[in-house]
Design a protein around this ligand. Structure first.
Ligand SMILES: Nc1nc2c(ncn2[C@@H]2O[C@H](COP(=O)(O)OP(=O)(O)OP(=O)(O)O)[C@@H](O)[C@H]2O)c(=O)[nH]1
Length: 415
């Protein structure tokens, strides 16, 4: 496991297109969703879209994907050329080899252009290891940039599947985009209760993801992809859209599409158990499953070493419980150049430094989706490291000097 190094001037900014020199990193998206949720159907449709030209699709088995009508040729090396101009490869043994092979094709001119890579997972797969493969590989992390995790949810069976299968909940929790499929199968009566119950559940698991209805024509490439920090057209970082932190304030109001900014104070230790003044209490953290979504923020600049320690401690002690972490941080030593963090479980992307704050909001903001890791615990740890020590909270030095103190740090009464 590598350390999270907050060294702003030297950290490679893999999200931003380099000004000169190496080729810009290729956006990579993962399409996931439970068995039969409609992944193949969606891929078949979007691959015909002209904006998907020069896309390579990576799947586990050719047999599993019904792209037959698009196929024109099967090369001997496991790469199919689709009539749309896209490539389709199997993961033969190792995703790294497949991704390296694609780069080789581009670099030696066997492929003109590789605009995007889309990986379709099998229905039961946890997408996190795929993201780790890229984030942990020193070369792949330079040449590819993680764009979006797109999770499909069958509107007809979705609620049952979510309630029964841990894998389905994890796929939803880690998503940037949630695509609702099969809404045409819902009859008028189900239209009342079904979708709203499903939507409420999705909001509990992942309030920040943009939700799209495939049948309503919303699952278009433009909406599914380009979910990274940088607006692909302007090349300017769109932090507010990327974090979508406002959606975490009140999941019953958040639709993942918010772009406006509230000026809420998140520094208090709220557990989502109380009414935020919105007129009703929401139950984002009350469900049987242990997935929680919350934000932390502060307007105190954080020393780089404190951020490193916070992330390292959180990651080493609770890595598997961090389903997704995104954030923008004001560093005390360099407050005008924010650092962007992005983690999936114990693996964090090399932190990227922005040249400037994209807007007037210079607060440190982090969004967390956790599994069996109470908000209060993360919040107190964050407060200890960001300098807002509470009287009953161990100071960070004690916590790092004496690792035994970490296990005693959980406080169920406040978690
Ligand atoms: N009515 C309806 N059927 C759909 C929709 N999307 C997919 N289906 C059907 O659902 C079934 C499963 O779709 P697939 O696209 O194969 O799903 P998948 O996620 O690739 O399936 P696995 O690879 O087995 O996990 C197929 O019979 C599709 O025709 C939809 O929006 N409406």
């Amino acid at each position: 496991m590598t350390e999270t190094k907050i060294t702003p001037s030297t950290s490679p900014d893999v999200s931003a297109p380099p000004k000169r020199g190496p080729k810009p990193p290729i956006p990579l998206s993962v399409i996931t969703g439970f068995l039969g949720s409609g992944k193949t159907t969606l891929l078949n449709r979007i691959l015909k879209d002209p904006t998907m030209a020069d896309t390579a699709v990576i799947i586990n088995e050719f047999g599993e994907i019904g792209l037959d009508h698009l196929l024109v040729d099967q090369a001997s090396d496991g790469v199919l050329e689709l009539s749309s101009g896209c490539l389709c490869c199997t993961i033969r043994g190792d995703l790294v080899i497949t991704l390296e092979d694609l780069l080789r094709r581009v670099d030696n001119g066997r492929m003109d252009r590789l605009a995007r890579v889309v990986i379709e997972t099998t229905g039961l797969a946890d997408p996190a290891p795929i993201l780790h493969t890229i984030m942990l590989h020193p070369y792949l992390v330079m040449r590819y940039r993680l764009d979006s995790v797109v999770t499909l949810v069958d509107s007809f069976n979705g609620l049952d599947t979510i309630n029964t299968h841990e894998e389905a909940r994890r796929q939803i929790a880690v998503a940037d985009r949630l695509v609702l499929t099969k809404t045409d199968l819902l009859d008028a009566s189900e239209g009342e209760a079904g979708p709203s119950a499903l939507t409420a559940r999705l909001l509990e698991l992942n309030p920040g993801a943009l939700r799209l209805d495939a049948q309503a024509g919303e699952a278009e490439p433009d909406h599914l992809f380009n979910a990274g920090l940088y607006d692909p057209k302007s090349k300017i970082p769109d932090v507010a859209k990327w974090l979508n932190a406002e959606a975490y304030d009140d999941p019953h109001e958040g639709h993942g599409q918010h772009s406006h900014s509230h000026d809420h104070d998140h520094d208090h230790d709220h557990d989502h158990d109380h009414d935020h003044g919105h007129g009703h209490a929401h139950d984002v953290n009350r469900h049987d499953d242990k997935i929680r979504a919350f934000t932390l923020s502060t307007d105190r600049p954080i020393p780089a070493s404190a951020l490193e320690m916070f992330l390292d401690l959180l990651r080493s002690a609770h890595g598997p419980k961090l389903l997704r972490v995104k954030g923008i941080v004001q560093i005390a030593e360099d407050p005008d150049r924010p650092v962007v963090i992005h983690g999936v479980q114990h693996v964090f992307h090399p932190p990227a430094t922005l040249e400037a704050w994209p807007d007037d909001d210079h607060r440190t903001r982090m969004v967390f989706i956790t599994y069996d890791l109470p908000e209060g615990f993360v919040r107190r740890m964050f407060e200890a490291f960001s300098g807002a020590l509470l009287p009953d909270t161990p100071d960070p030095k004690v916590m790092t000097d004496n690792p035994l103190a970490i296990s005693g740090f959980t406080s169920p009464s406040r978690g």
